[in-house]
Design a protein around this ligand. Sequence first.
Ligand SMILES: Cc1cc2nc3c(=O)[nH]c(=O)nc-3n(C[C@H](O)[C@H](O)[C@H](O)COP(=O)(O)OP(=O)(O)OC[C@H]3O[C@@H](n4cnc5c(N)ncnc54)[C@H](O)[C@@H]3O)c2cc1C
Length: 390
Amino acid sequence: MDFDVIIIGSGPVGLSFARALSDSDLAICVLEQNNELSLSKPKYDGREVALTHLSKKIMSELEIWDRIDPDSISYIKEAKVLNGMSPYSLHFNHEETSENALGHLIPNHEIKTAVYESITDVKNITLLTETKVESFSINDGGVSIELNNGEILTSNLLIAADGRLSNARRAMGIPSEVKDFGKTVIVCKMDHEEAHNNTAYECFHYGRTLAVLPMVGQCSSIVITISSDKAKEIIDMPDKQFNLDIQTRFRDKLGEMKLTGDKYSYPLFASHADYFHSERFALIGDAAVGMHPVTAHGFNLGLRGAYNLSKIIKLSLTSNQNYYSVETLSEYNRKHQLVTRPLYYGTNLIVDLYNSDRVTAKMLRRLALRFGNNFWPVKKLIMNQLTETN
Ligand SMILES: Cc1cc2nc3c(=O)[nH]c(=O)nc-3n(C[C@H](O)[C@H](O)[C@H](O)COP(=O)(O)OP(=O)(O)OC[C@H]3O[C@@H](n4cnc5c(N)ncnc54)[C@H](O)[C@@H]3O)c2cc1C
């Protein structure tokens, strides 16, 4: 079978990219190793994804946003960053912006369902599930892909959206920085006695972090990052003990807390490819940049890059240029690297600073919070980065 564009990976970024190209004349194929049910009815995975205003705008334009159940969208009105057990916090309020919220918190499976629905019945998108890429080759004549069932597909352009450990990236010889934090993220949902008032908290305790993110109702998403050798202890902790532990670490701010459902865990590492393109090939989503979740930028960045790449490709089609040439794709690389690099290194710096027990780091942490609160240009810069309002 022959296509114009083949995308490896039907994660939320791969499918959003396919959707963004669906108004072109290109024949698009998405390859996914998992089965169709995992896409049409994805299971709850404990991830509550914070989406920026820019992501909402892109998803609205791609007719994805309106497919999300409005009752599942929680509005983050305020955010507080706490250092250790100090009562002092760096505080952001949506009233300091022109928006009615700093961002939106949505269960990952709701986002995935909406993105999947947006590409079904689109006539120039073919989705092949339970299909794994075995190998591929790229030369002047085009892209040739061998599937696990022995079938060969061809295309003009190959897009890798196969996640942060991207095999396609590796096969293309694109170097990538991979930072293993040696930590695990544990996520779960908890009900609580007091209202959260739509405030998100990020508490940097020593050696571990605790984020409490406001969900719809009297309920929050709990995100713990902890050294991997201690993760099992938390996962296996009996509910009663876990409830009390989180309640105490959160200084009883929400009164009594109660775990509802399972705990989910994810290994914590970040990655950034040195470049995102070559002839007839581009990286998008986590395959390009895998972010530490503390600044909640992974999907937001992936979506932004995929959307911008689709725009560049569509522009090349109307100006009679090759949409798969190095020149066209390097435009995407240049623009996206300008966005991703500061965020990637900035996030990793914050993570290192707030996880270090060195005296200088502790001092810097305190200073950083005060500086952030009292120096308006810095606060505005952080707020714009977090919310992507402009
Ligand atoms: C705990 C946690 C919290 C997070 N919170 C946020 C947040 O608040 N905000 C935010 O913006 N982001 C957040 N993220 C990040 C976000 O979830 C990811 O950035 C996003 O899922 C990446 O999507 P993707 O499509 O690039 O990759 P993935 O979702 O990893 O999808 C890759 C797909 O490729 C398929 N695949 C791989 N190899 C092959 C192959 N050889 N053949 C066929 N198919 C293949 C896989 O099966 C998979 O379906 C969070 C992540 C975690 C772990």
